[in-house]
Design a protein around this ligand. Sequence first.
Ligand code: CTP
Length: 212
Amino acid sequence: MTSGPTQEAIDPVRYIANRSSGKQGHAIASALAKFGADTTLVTGPTQEPDPTGVNVIHVETAEQMLEACKTSLPADIAVCAAAVSDWRIRKKSKGKIKKKGDTLSLSLKKNPDILKTLAKKGNGRPRLVIGFAAETSDVISKASPKRIEKNCDWILGNDVSMGSNTFGGNQNRVHFINNDGTESWPEMSKKNVAYELVKRIADHFQSLAEKK
Ligand code: CTP
């Protein structure tokens, strides 16, 4: 399970990050553990307490998050809820950048895509890979191709334009998308989203076991 933002240093005192609180990811990790899954949570810096019964790995950057995820494999399920910074500073400054001139240009380099890396076909791919799609408009039409592009099995599209309802808030409204189509879940607490998702994961593995 990944959760929270990542922080990418610009210099020793500044970083690039985002508004992710980690509440949704931590709630899912907690629900997975309550359902009996042996759970590892790889999290960026958040205010959330470590969930009970979960092995927690704290990281700062996207590169560290990817490494921690790789060392946590093999796994049956990967759930990526972290708001990974898409970019890091190409060459971070050893010393504090001084205020000179009226503008400052920062050169950025793309970070690895953790979900895409974990979901890549091949030996060692978790049997169920679940991502999130944070969108500010047209959530379903943007989340659906993201699921295909990142090769994940399920994706939860969520509208992050609602301010306190999503980033930092306790409520969430998600659209659950898989191969069969889209289900729009009513607005509910992040804890309930976690419960609904984990129940679905448990049912999925139950039906796979029954097919055997
Ligand atoms: N993700 C990831 N590593 C990244 C970027 C995203 O693992 N470097 C994962 C997120 O955890 C989420 C999914 O990919 O499960 C989609 O993230 P999102 O921020 O919605 O999309 P991006 O891939 O970053 O694309 P864009 O910013 O263009 O919408």
